[in-house]
Design a protein around this ligand. Sequence first.
Ligand code: SF4
Ligand code: SF4
Ligand code: SF4
Length: 270
Amino acid sequence: MEKQNKDLNRRQFLKSSAIAVSALAAVGAGVGYLQKVTAETRINRNFLRPPGAIDEDTFIYGCIKCGLCVQICPIQAIKLAGIKEGLAYGTPYINVREQACDFSCDSLQCVETCPTAVLYFKQFKDAGEKAVEEYVKTHKTDENFNPFPVQIKAMKSIVKMGIAKLNPETCLAYQGKGFKGTPRGKDFKGVNRSPYTNDAKATPVAEKYYDEKICDICVKECPIGDTAIVMTDIGGKTVPKVLDGCTGCGVCVMVCPTEGPSIIVEPIKS
Ligand code: SF4
Ligand code: SF4
Ligand code: SF4
């Protein structure tokens, strides 16, 4: 009987030890996973955040993942990061190749609606108001003056999501080539409000048709215009050149007709 009890105690001890070891291993694996996820998230600065995003480390912790910016965007440019993104899970980002921000909302609505100010609106509000003040001082205005176009132009001009970068190896203009057709094919789902055809609202890229002797679609469709990107002569070729006024909105990336885009947006790594 005494031997039986001893065996039982020994078995229970071994069983408890095994459970404890497994539990410790599980905790260790969990901590390891969290460390890995944290480390990966810390170095993953490739998300292109919506306009007005504060620095990435603070953004990840400050965003409450409410999705209001997603809901308000009229062209569904903003998506929420999936669970594989670790700490960035649920935070908003823009995949500009699929749907760029073309400023269709006209007033940076995603930024204005953000309840935590990780998309920080005051800078845009101040810039808009200052531009209107300057305009009124330097132009003759009457009671019919609509300040909105001046205001939104100034607000858009200080957006800095990233900066566009060209790949001369694949850009059609750099090869002296044109483009005829629909840049992303008939099944492409993205939309944009074209400054070049003066669209009143965003329309499907799949319905747009170009016939360019030298490809300049990125330049034509840029919602910021000639402070952001221009066609210029370099080494006897007419090619696009990105300027400091580029906001990183990514419309140029979305409409570029080459299979891998010949222009990309590098996110601001602040
Ligand atoms: S600024 Fe761009 S991303 Fe934000 S709501 Fe407007 S169109 Fe959408
Ligand atoms: S749209 Fe693409 S291929 Fe055409 S000029 Fe711009 S970067 Fe080059
Ligand atoms: S060049 Fe124009 S379209 Fe391209 S990211 Fe810059 S502002 Fe946007």
